[in-house]
Structures are given as structure tokens and as C-alpha cells.
Design a protein around this ligand. Structure first.
Ligand SMILES: [Zn+2]
Length: 405
């Protein structure tokens, strides 16, 4: 069996206390370099953080993994369970051997911080506010949903996250990585890259953090078979003995999260849910995600106090939305919540109409998801960089507006 070779990572500390870490992943004769940049002088502990990057791609390629370093004992023991979850998601994946050294017992007893992945959305605000007395630092990661090439949005997002953190007297760790663009997008078999991507970032920080919360997207998973729900089972398995990873927030549904966070002033000034990102960190108020969130805010009586939506909620547009399977879960929860309150017949009618729309294949959203995948890819980002950034953003906004019209 051919193998995926993972080499010991290297750390170079550069000026202003930024740390730069890179590692090579060998597949056949190609050596893929993945890079991480952290805004702190990071002690590089156990190289466990490379395992989430390569495990599922290796299963997809039916190749064993050879790590030229040691993996911590706890994470090594979890490898069969992690592979089991991946197999349930996609039976075509093959269980593969992972060859690694024994844990060298890195001394990481100085890890004291408690963190929370934070992007300014509903899920991360819920987890941050719920655990605000315990959390010491929020973690912002560049290179997942915000492409590395989108420097304007990255700067605005970083400013927003620093303002929220400062409002709660917390620190901010910023991690920038090309791991998704350079490796996961090329080799990952299943569509959802969230868990291995963020597990890798969390494990990279395990010399500092003893616990990191991963905000959940979904309410109480019944099984790990569904895409999205599997994270409740998979996220904690990446814990490595030094760091505990907690999948947090599946105790409530989306509308209950919104009811919990919406009266907080930081949420009112900084909530960011729009995935279109045409208006920087402001929400477009036009796409499906904005409309669903605005509807939920209106149901809990807080929409007028949230200042981050560019347009007022148009119920006619909400009524015409074509929802995906998962979006129907969120909209259904909002409808039931509104019906229980029974005080806003207009929004109840709009949600009812929206949920009665035939669901299924939505060609507009499919087209946009293809364009977004392209934008995250390595070659596209090189092409994208040819143009002045403002011009590229403007063209993208116009194309998406035409598609969504
Ligand atoms: Zn939007």
C-alpha cells in the first residue's frame, strides 16, 4: 500500500512575536506544504495537529499514513473511532494504518487558556456568551470560510472580533492557514471540512490552551450519520490529552440561541451571519441566511435593535425562499417558536409559505456554491490576485446579485 508521508513540522519565529509553522505532506512525488501563522510566540508542542489534515484524505486515497513524529497517546487511541465515523459518513472510505512514534511526553503543563472558535455568527456568539466567565481568549481563523485572498474582509472581520473580545475583556489569537486551500480542498473526500480543519488549528494551539470550545451548528444530534451532525461525535475525539475539545451548543436550537444572545449589545453591533460577504462584515439582508436570521430576530422581538443588516426584512422575499434540507430545520424551529408566542401573524404566514415551497435542487444556490468552491481553490486565488481587490470584490457582488435576483 502506498503511503501519505507526514513530515515533522518546522517552526520559524518571525518579528513582532508572530510564529510561522510549516509542514510537508508527501503524496507520491509531490510534497504539499501547509503553513500556519499565529499572532503570538507559540511554543510548538506535539505535532498532533497534522493528523486531522491527512487522516480522511488518506482514507479516501486508500493509503496508509506514515508520520515522521510521535502522536500523543490519547489521540492515537482515538484513531479507530475517528476512522469509524468517517466510514459511516462515506462507506467508500477505507480504514488505513497509521504509523507513528510513541508520545515523547512533551511538557505542556503551562497550557492554561480556555478558548472558543469565534467568527461573529450566531453559534459562536452563543458559545462565547454562555461560557464568558470561563473563556480567556477567542480564536479567529483565517482560511476557512474567509478565503486568504480576501484581505479586505479578513481585516474587517479581525477588527470586529477584536472589538467583541475587548468588550468582554478577552484576548484574541489569530491563526492564518493555507491548509484548506493547499491540501484539504484537493484531497478531502467528504464535502464538510469543518471538523478536521478546526481540529488541526486547535491542536496547533495545544501548548497554550487546555480547553477549546467548538460551536455547534445543529441541535441534539440523533445519530452521527448526517453531514453536520457527525461533528458532535467527531470534534471531541480530536482531543489529545493536553487539550480538551468540546463540541458546544447542541443543547438548544438556532432560534433559542438567537433568543439567548440577541439582547447583548456586542451582538447588536457585531453579529455577522451573511455568507455572501458583499458588504464586508455587514449582512446583506438579501441572501437566505440573512433572511432566516432576520426572521428569527423579529420573532424574538430584537430585529430593530440589531444594527448589522443592510436592508429591512422583506417578508415577500422570505416567503419565496427555496430552502435546503438543513435550512428547513432552522426555519421550522423558528416557525414553531413563533407559533408558541403567537404574536406576529405576518411572520408566521411568511415562514409557513416559505416552508411550503417545494424544496430540493436550487440551481441558484448550486451555482453560487460552485463559485465559492472555486474562490477557495489554490489556482483561483492566484487568478483572483491579478485584479485589484476592490475590483474583484465588486465583480463578485454584481455576479451574485444577478444570480440571486
Ligand atoms: Zn446575506
Amino acid at each position: 500500500m502506498k503511503s501519505v508521508i507526514v513530515n515533522d513540522p518546522k517552526k520559524i519565529t518571525i518579528e513582532n512575536n508572530y510564529s510561522f509553522i510549516s509542514a510537508g505532506i508527501g503524496i507520491d512525488k509531490k510534497n504539499h506544504i501547509v503553513n500556519y501563522r499565529v499572532n503570538e510566540d507559540l511554543a510548538l508542542g506535539n505535532p498532533d495537529f497534522l493528523l486531522p489534515v491527512v487522516l480522511e484524505p488518506a482514507m479516501s486515497m486508500k493509503r496508509g499514513i506514515v508520520c515522521n513524529f510521535a502522536i500523543s497517546e490519547k489521540l492515537a487511541k482515538a484513531i479507530p473511532d475517528i476512522q469509524g465515523i468517517y466510514r459511516r459518513l462515506d462507506p467508500r472510505l477505507k480504514i488505513v494504518p497509521v504509523d507513528h512514534g510513541k508520545d515523547p511526553l512533551h511538557s505542556l503543563t503551562q497550557a492554561r487558556e480556555i478558548g472558543c472558535l469565534f467568527s461573529g455568527g450566531v453559534d459562536s456568539f452563543y458559545t462565547l456568551l454562555k461560557h464568558k466567565h470561563e473563556i480567556t481568549k477567542v480564536i479567529l481563523v483565517h482560511g476557512f470560510d474567509i478565503p486568504l485572498s480576501d484581505r479586505i474582509l479578513r481585516k474587517q472581520t479581525a477588527n470586529m472580533v477584536h472589538k467583541v473580545a475587548s468588550g468582554l475583556n478577552k484576548g484574541v489569537v489569530e491563526v492564518e492557514t493555507d491548509m484548506r486551500r493547499n491540501f484539504l480542498n484537493r484531497y478531502l473526500g467528504i464535502a464538510d471540512t469543518i471538523s478536521p480543519f478546526f481540529a488541526s488549528v486547535a491542536l496547533l494551539l495545544s501548548s497554550q490552551f487546555k480547553k477549546i470550545y467548538f460551536p455547534a451548528c445543529f441541535h441534539k444530534p440523533l445519530s452521527c450519520s448526517a453531514i453536520g451532525h457527525y461533528r458532535a461525535y467527531l470534534d471531541p475525539l480530536w482531543s489529545n490529552g493536553h487539550l480538551q475539545i468540546i463540541h458546544d451548543g447542541d443543547d438548544v436550537n438556532r432560534i433559542e440561541k438567537i433568543a439567548f444572545i440577541a439582547k447583548n449589545n456586542l451582538v447588536r453591533e457585531h453579529l455577522h451571519v451573511c455568507w455572501m460577504n458583499n458588504n464586508g462584515v455587514d449582512n446583506c439582508g438579501y441572501c437566505g441566511k440573512c433572511l432566516r436570521t432576520m426572521a428569527a430576530l423579529r420573532v424574538v422581538g430584537q430585529l430593530e435593535y440589531v444594527n448589522t443588516f443592510k436592508r429591512p426584512l422583506k417578508l415577500a422575499r422570505l416567503s419565496k425562499l427555496v430552502l435546503s434540507k438543513t435550512e428547513r430545520i432552522f426555519a421550522g424551529d423558528t416557525l414553531r417558536y413563533a407559533q408558541q408566542l403567537g404574536r406576529d401573524p405576518e411572520i408566521i404566514a411568511a415562514l409557513n409559505r416559505c416552508l411550503s415551497n417545494k424544496h430540493g435542487f436550487n440551481i441558484k444556490m448550486w451555482l453560487i456554491s460552485i463559485l465559492e468552491k472555486l474562490r477557495q481553490s489554490y489556482y483561483w486565488s492566484r487568478f483572483y490576485n491579478i485584479f485589484p481587490e476592490k475590483f474583484a470584490r465588486c465583480i463578485r457582488a454584481k455576479v451574485y446579485a444577478i444570480i440571486l435576483k
